[in-house]
Design a protein around this ligand. Sequence first.
Ligand SMILES: [Zn+2]
Ligand SMILES: [Zn+2]
Length: 201
Amino acid sequence: MKALVKERPGPGLSLLDIERPQIKNPDDVLFKVEYCGICVGEVKVYDWSEWAASDSTLELPTVLGHEVAAVVAEVGSGVADFKPGDRITVDVFINCGRCYQCRTGHSNVCANREIYGKRRGSYAEYAVLPERVLCKVPDDISMEEVALLPTGEPGCGGTRRRASAPRPGRCGGSHWLPAYRNYGSSNLGGSKGECCLNRYG
Ligand SMILES: [Zn+2]
Ligand SMILES: [Zn+2]
């Protein structure tokens, strides 16, 4: 498959043919990327700014890209909540699901947090992530809009925490849909936010 890879320090990206990622763990989900936003972080990594050069969370080589709108292609044997064809976005803060914070419903401050796009990413035809960091999106949001949703995540975190209680070990960052629905965006305000409503009530 084609992927945009940051191969080494210095300006630029490489368009490469790399192996399609595979499902390895029972909770893995393989998804086909439809859109992926260009965040200022990716621009800085592309330019190889001082900020990027001193970012200790960035591990090269890596596929960049974290603001993703995708469709589920295949699921691992233990995946309960997703099936091929589901439209999804991702929690850019990949929680481990195992540490104390994750087990007590505070995966937003996971002790082993990985930032999506720093060691693996979605500037590619396909990507794999565990189901706990995926979020289903309603049919009435276009895929272009879905790719914007992860950008709202940090600002909406506090809103989500006030609005509803998270369920331990589940998609800790998919709180922006109910946040938009309850407090914000007229475009997204009428959406159902299915997954998040199910998860956060
Ligand atoms: Zn971003
Ligand atoms: Zn954790």
